[in-house]
Design a protein around this ligand. Structure first.
Ligand code: T46
Length: 141
């Protein structure tokens, strides 16, 4: 979890390219939900939460989006700047996303249906759960 995955890229310059990924093969979970975020003004910051159990896969088919992951002990930055890659984000990880280019689109494949109770939207509460060992060592970066 919490790493960049590169897609296969099929095609050529004259007809364009196709990339794909498959659940339980290229990404390590079953996909139950897909959503996407668009028409976001440049320099907007979104996210600012963690999930108790949800695993997700983020990719940016167009544009440039910076994602900062934080497991309560350390932070890592990832740049989604190509349709040929995506980022796995596991449970117990605080995430901030920054829109760095006009019209950038963020697509997300999630391991479960939407459930607001799975969100931790308060950073102090997140740190408390980290300290209590809520995720044991399952939220390594
Ligand atoms: C995440 C990052 C990468 C729904 O009703 N259904 C859904 O499937 C989702 C994803 C959201 N919502 C509602 C919840 C809020 O009322 O849509 C509203 C906006 O969601 P939020 O403010 O959480 O959006 P982001 O961009 O901060 O976070 C989203 C995901 O919610 C989150 O799981 O990891 O994208």
């Amino acid at each position: 979890m919490n790493k960049i995955i590169s897609f296969k890229k099929l095609g050529n310059d004259s007809i364009g390219f196709l990339s794909f990924f498959e659940s339980n093969k290229d990404i390590p979970f079953e996909i139950k939900r897909i959503y996407y975020i668009y028409d976001v003004p440049i320099n907007t910051k979104r996210g600012m939460h963690a999930h108790k159990e949800l695993n997700q896969f983020l990719w940016c088919p167009y544009g440039i989006i910076k994602v900062v992951l934080d497991n309560g002990c350390e932070k890592k930055e990832f740049l989604l700047d190509s349709p040929e890659k995506g980022l796995l984000v596991g449970k117990g990880i605080w995430r901030d996303m920054y829109w760095l280019k006009e019209n950038s689109v963020l697509c997300v494949a999630a391991s479960d249906y939407y459930n607001e109770k799975d969100y931790i939207r308060n950073y102090d509460e997140f740190l408390k759960l980290v300290k209590e060992g809520y995720w044991k060592d399952e939220n390594k970066l």
